[in-house]
Design a protein around this ligand. Structure first.
Ligand code: NOJ
Length: 516
């Protein structure tokens, strides 16, 4: 009798559902992987024919763009060390690796008049190395490092970029689509437009809020749709892959019962601006976003809204252009709006995304679980976000393409371990309620150039020692824990790895070439 009860208990204790459990199983069909992006890890910024991107330009022209005045000229040197990167992926036993293509490494003029053989060879080698070990390449076509030449022509504010991007995407499909089955068109449109064109935080650091960011939004949506349609019409049939966009969505929760409207508006401005045109049945920008920007624009004496309209033809061109949803998520915020908010924004007379949105947000201090506030911990927000997406967008399959925790870099990173466990558990809760999750990606495989934070914030499963010219990578505790999660397909809240044993390649876990 006792044995039967203990077997039953053991079975229960590793089931998928039941938040209170310390051991939960992860459905086997969910792909587990890790990610990086070209500029943040490759280095070799001007090697073998690669030309300058807006990211190279920014770190060279503003020496202290990054907090620590660093640049990414060498970064983690993945251009030369990609075999070690793949070895790390094998050590972890991942199903896939998400990485991005550097546009100027492949097309040095920005246009397809000249294809750079050495750049093509690099990605080809990386893809072959991954496939050799049965790791799926998940390729982001554009992760923020636009050719500087195209920026001189207006970058993402110039409508011609829809053609420029489409041409680049077509080159990528033709070169690598025989081996790549997962394509991500564009990474994080909100961050690209809001921080790249509306603020000084990421390249090209235009800092024209409420204007350049909205021009960018429209062009990004159309360019993404162009990439999708090209793949759909010209490549899908014989390449048999899938294509989707990756949108970052942080969750805005009402601070109080009076703040529902503020939270809804914040969610719609920060990411609904991109999910709604692509995923909703009606298409187009969210009504509330169109309305608020139009009203503010009129108040400012403008003759038309600063958010350029989408014509009905454009609405149809964009709607439905993603096979699944790529979702990046890190944290949540409390949103509110009250009399002092109105007064504060009322004093901003020029164009401003924040004033257009009109909601304030913050993160309470007790969400901090590490020594820095780089990523505040609120896993319940992840659950709410996934649940919202399930209801709002007909339970579209979601591929979590980034989730991760920044700190100052110790090898024993218990804060990151706690974070991953909390967020994976929230994801499992959402799955239990019916959310359709197809993949989960940790950001990042290794420490990398963290945009305005340079190397001052570390976010890798592997630590990169930038003080050593051979840039050795060392697994953190979180790498050991993630490996065990992948190996056992269970989330064990109490698992303690033995870090005296080097993390090594385990062939039994690294040989599944799995598909969604
Ligand atoms: C999102 C971006 O895609 C990535 O480039 C960045 O490093 C991470 N967030 C972490 O900040």
């Amino acid at each position: 009798m006792f044995t039967v009860i203990s077997i039953l208990l053991a079975l229960c204790s590793s089931s998928l559902c039941g938040t209170a459990q310390n051991v939960r199983s992860i459905p086997k069909h969910i792909l587990l992987g890790a990610a990086s992006s070209a500029f943040q890890v490759e280095g070799a910024w001007n090697i073998d024919g690669k030309t300058e991107s807006i990211a190279d330009h920014l770190v060279h022209s503003q020496k202290c763009y990054a907090k620590d005045c660093s640049n990414a000229d060498v970064a983690a040197n993945s251009y030369y060390m990609y075999k070690r990167d793949v070895e790390m992926l094998r050590e972890l036993g991942v199903d896939f690796y998400r990485f991005s293509l550097s546009w100027t490494r492949i097309l040095p003029t920005g246009f397809p008049d000249k294809v750079n053989e050495a750049g093509v060879q690099y990605y080809s080698n990386l893809i072959d190395e991954l496939l050799k070990y049965k790791i799926q390449p998940v390729v982001t076509i554009f992760h923020w490092d636009l050719p500087q030449k195209l920026q001189q022509l207006g970058g993402w504010t110039n409508p011609h970029i829809v053609n420029w991007y489409g041409d680049f995407a077509r080159v990528a499909f033709s070169l690598f689509g025989d081996r790549v089955k997962y394509w991500i068109t564009i990474n994080e449109p909100h961050q690209l437009c809001h921080y790249g064109y509306g603020s000084p935080y990421i390249p090209p650091a235009m800092n024209l809020t409420g204007e350049a960011d909205y021009l960018c939004s429209k062009n990004v949506l159309l360019a993404h749709a162009r990439g999708y349609h090209i793949y759909d019409k010209e490549f899908r049939l014989w390449q048999e892959g899938m294509i989707f966009i990756t949108i970052n969505a942080e969750w805005f929760e009402p601070e109080s019962e009076h703040d529902y409207e503020a939270a809804i508006d914040a969610n719609q401005f920060w990411w609904g601006l991109y999910t709604h045109p692509i995923l909703s049945r009606s298409g187009d920008y969210p009504e509330i976003v169109k309305h608020r920007i139009a009203v503010m624009s009129t108040k400012q004496g403008l003759l038309r809204s600063r958010l350029p309209e989408l014509s009905s033809e454009e609405i149809n061109y964009i709607r439905g252009t993603t096979d699944i949803l790529g979702l990046n998520h890190y944290t949540s915020y409390l949103a509110y709006r009250n009399a002092s908010t109105e007064e504060y924004y009322g004093n901003i007379t020029g164009p401003s995304f924040d004033a257009d949105c009109g909601a304030m947000n913050y993160q309470p201090g007790d969400w901090q679980i590490g020594e820095t506030n780089a990523t505040m911990y609120a896993p319940w927000g992840f659950y709410k976000l996934l649940t919202f997406i399930r209801f709002e967008y007909d339970n579209i399959p979601v591929f979590i393409t980034e989730n991760g925790f920044g700190n100052s870099g110790a090898l024993i990173d218990d804060d990151r371990v706690l974070y991953y466990r909390g967020y994976l558990s929230a994801m499992l809760d959402a799955i239990c309620d019916g959310s359709h999750i197809v993949g989960y990606t940790t950001w990042s495989l290794m420490d990398s150039f963290e945009w305005p934070n340079g190397y001052s914030i570390r976010i890798g499963l592997y630590q990169v020692d930038y003080n050593n010219t051979s840039l050795p990578r060392t697994p953190r505790k979180s790498a050991y824990v993630y490996k065990e999660i992948i190996r056992s397909r269970t989330l064990d809240m109490n698992y303690e790895p033995d870090m005296t044993i080097p993390l090594s390649v385990d062939n039994s876990t690294s040989n599944r070439l799995t598909h969604i």
